[in-house]
Design a protein around this ligand. Structure first.
Ligand SMILES: Cc1cc2nc3c(=O)[nH]c(=O)nc-3n(C[C@H](O)[C@H](O)[C@H](O)COP(=O)(O)OP(=O)(O)OC[C@H]3O[C@@H](n4cnc5c(N)ncnc54)[C@H](O)[C@@H]3O)c2cc1C
Length: 414
């Protein structure tokens, strides 16, 4: 059986075999007895990182579980989607610190790629990880805790170390969030006040098309109670609900216009029961050290006329520094510059080197799960622990069971 394609249809998995185990024992046997293998999450990555020259493991038939370890920690089956975990946490009065723009992605897939939401004081989703259980290359089980030396290397792992069977996550008391949208913030105001804008709420997103004098729409997701802005420079408060993509019906989005609601019903832009985003798309994102944020925005703006014909929308978010070796925020707060492209693969592939020529010298790291052009020679200087991760992957997986073309290209692991 073939595995088919990813969610966006931008990559058809080339793996010659596709299996869907129904128990963790069966999963362990498959990993132990197969030369080349990878696990698949919810297929929301845009590139070939999940692929393998051997057996691709679909995880959708594996059992789901959410176990409360103590008041600060839960253990989850990592193929579960964040939306399902949020539903399980609701009656317990618990929350995760943040969510991505959509609740449809799996925990394992999200943490493997350093997936993030937004917020100056919010780290990416991998930073909520409090423990990992892997099936390693020889089929044995390996557990890691934050006190272990390898832990910071193993959380954002792009699937190179093994197949996760359990992930512990930090939780906190449930909280409420309100979402207020502001339209028409000018580029002048944004660039002159970037730090104030991104600090204006718990989680802030700016949606832009780069062209014109207006930077676009600012989405403020503020905890309740919390300071709600009465003005936002030259922007005006949106009077109607908006979709991140211009001129699209807003029904798939989470509730706006200041109505307080549970964290999980406001932090993602999209509701669980709807298709997120556009679908017919490709995504790219660069995680830029905060000190270079204005320079990076100015650089991308200089390409606005070339970007705009290929673009559905761009989103700007922020992320707190962390210590995870392959995280985009390793050792630096970040401004994240995201592109949702039209499904124009040749044109998108052609413009990426031009964008990277401007952004990589500013320290920008590409999102592991989206499209980018840089190979390992360009990526290595961006990650101080690049060689440490390579050594870890070579030690845990000496025969290359979990390796693939993507890891050869990006991490020089073949
Ligand atoms: C509409 C849309 C919106 C998005 N919004 C955001 C956003 O807001 N923020 C952001 O940062 N990203 C975003 N992304 C990107 C997305 O979060 C990442 O690509 C993420 O990796 C997807 O998770 P997944 O479960 O689909 O993983 P997959 O794409 O299925 O796999 C990703 C990686 O995880 C590995 N993996 C999966 N399961 C396991 C396992 N059990 N053990 C070990 N490795 C495993 C795979 O081998 C692969 O290497 C978005 C994507 C889409 C399509």
């Amino acid at each position: 059986m073939s595995a088919g394609a990813n969610w966006a249809g931008s990559h058809t998995y080339s793996a010659p075999a596709f299996v869907e185990p129904t128990s963790v024992d069966e999963l362990q046997q498959i990993v132990a007895s197969t030369d080349h293998v990878r696990a698949l999450g919810s297929r929301h990555s845009f590139n070939d990182l999940a692929d393998t020259p051997g057996t691709l493991i679909g995880t959708s038939k594996l059992p789901h579980s959410v176990e409360v370890i103590d008041e600060d920690t839960i253990a989850v089956a990592p193929w579960m989607k964040y939306g399902e975990i949020a539903s399980a946490l609701k009656p317990l009065g618990l929350a995760l610190h943040n969510l991505a723009s959509l609740p449809h992605i799996s925990v394992a897939g999200a943490i493997a790629t350093g997936t993030h939401g937004s917020g100056d004081r919010n780290s990416n989703l991998a930073n909520a990880v409090a423990g990992l259980t892997f099936i390693t290359a020889d089929g044995s089980i390996r557990e890691l805790q934050p006190v272990d030396d390898e832990f910071d290397g193993a959380v954002v792992s792009i699937g190179a170390l093994g197949v996760l069977t359990s992930v512990s996550l930090d939780v906190e008391p449930a909280f409420e969030v309100r979402q207020d949208l502001w339209e028409g913030l000018s580029w002048d105001a944004l660039l002159a006040n970037l730090d104030t804008v991104t600090a204006a709420a718990y989680s802030v997103s700016v949606f832009t098309t780069w062209v014109g004098e207006s930077a676009g729409t600012v989405w403020l997701k503020q905890t309740v109670p919390g300071r709600v802005r009465g003005e936002l420079f030259d922007a005006t408060r949106a009077a109607v609900d908006l979709h991140p993509l211009p001129e699209i019906d807003a029904s798939p989005t989470t509730q706006q216009r200041g109505v307080p609601g549970l964290w999980s019903d406001r932090l993602p832009h999209f509701r669980m029961e709807f298709t997120p985003s556009n679908g017919e798309e490709i995504q790219t994102e660069y995680l830029v050290p905060r000190v270079n944020a204005v320079a990076a925005l100015t650089a991308v703006r200089s390409l606005a006329d070339r970007i705009e014909p290929l673009l559905l929308i761009s989103e700007l978010r922020t992320m707190q520094a962390d210590s995870l070796w392959l995280s985009g925020a390793y050792d630096t707060d970040c401004l994240n510059i995201h592109f949702t492209w039209k499904r124009m693969p040749a044109e998108v592939a052609a413009i990426l080197p031009t964008i990277e020529e401007l952004l990589l010298p500013l320290g920008a790291r590409p999102h592991w799960g989206k499209w980018f052009a840089a190979g390992h020679a360009s990526l290595k200087p961006l990650y101080p622990r690049f060689d440490d991760f390579r050594a870890l992957a070579l030690e845990w997986d000496p025969t290359g069971k979990f390796r693939n073309e993507y890891l050869a290209r990006t991490l020089d692991l073949s």
